[in-house]
Design a protein around this ligand. Structure first.
Ligand SMILES: [Zn+2]
Length: 230
């Protein structure tokens, strides 16, 4: 884990200094052109506790193993473990197991990479189907109309709602318990009338979903548990 600091100066930045801890632990400081090094150092010092917390979190994330996609392994789907079966071709079997088709003649390493890719494709297919269904349910129930549902993979967030009411959902939510998916959907739908996180926004989220606050905390905990990394 890096303990180093990079200072980036930008003419576009007018007054504020921004701190960001990179995945490898490097502290990145963005400052306006004219800020003195002494001032920047004092500023960093005043944020020591924050930086330490962020570095600890980065270290924790780096230590997490990625999902191993091999025959018989379990991976999360809608909050439950599902068993992986590697098969010769696309098997349409009624089963709770996930059948991943693998071409014959691959090396062990090749199988692992291929299985990983096939699992991601499988997750995305399920995500498009399940998300559309849940979105339709909540849109109807709340009387809110999103323009489009886009299933995507933003790295930093679970969902977003654009100025034109396009709702984007991170496909990795398919691994989470259904109520966490519902929370993100309700959250983004409530951004259709409220383009901020003000009081009126949270009132409408909680009116739709009384346990929204608890679900938000659970989502954070799940996110930090690392199981969604594929
Ligand atoms: Zn929001």
């Amino acid at each position: 884990m890096s303990e180093s600091t990079i200072i980036l100066r930008s003419a576009r930045r007018k007054r504020t200094v921004a701190l960001h801890v990179q995945p490898d632990g490097t502290l990145c400081v963005q400052a306006p052109l004219r800020t003195s090094v002494a001032w920047i150092n004092r500023f960093i010092e005043s944020k020591t506790a924050w930086v330490a917390r962020r570095r600890a979190r980065a270290q924790e994330k780096a230590a997490r193993p990625a999902l191993i996609v091999e025959e018989g392994a379990f991976v999360p789907y809608q909050g439950q473990p599902r068993r992986i079966r590697l098969v010769a071709e696309d098997a349409a079997v009624e089963s709770d197991e996930i059948f991943l088709p693998l071409p014959a003649g691959l090396s062990d390493e090749g199988r692992l990479v291929e299985a990983q890719t096939e699992l991601t494709l499988w997750y995305k297919r399920q995500a498009r189907r399940v998300f559309a269904k849940r979105m339709a349910y909540w849109a109807e129930r709340l009387g809110l109309r999103p323009s489009r549902l886009i299933v995507t993979a933003p790295l930093r967030q679970w969902g977003s709602c654009s100025a034109t009411n396009d709702i984007r959902l991170n496909w990795r939510l398919i691994m989470a318990a259904p109520e966490l998916l519902d929370y993100v959907i309700v959250h983004e739908l409530c951004h259709i009338p409220h383009k901020n996180h003000g009081r009126a926004f949270w009132r409408s989220v909680e009116a739709a979903m009384p346990d929204a606050k608890a679900l938000r905390r659970t989502l954070r905990a799940w996110e930090n548990s690392g199981h969604q990394h594929c």
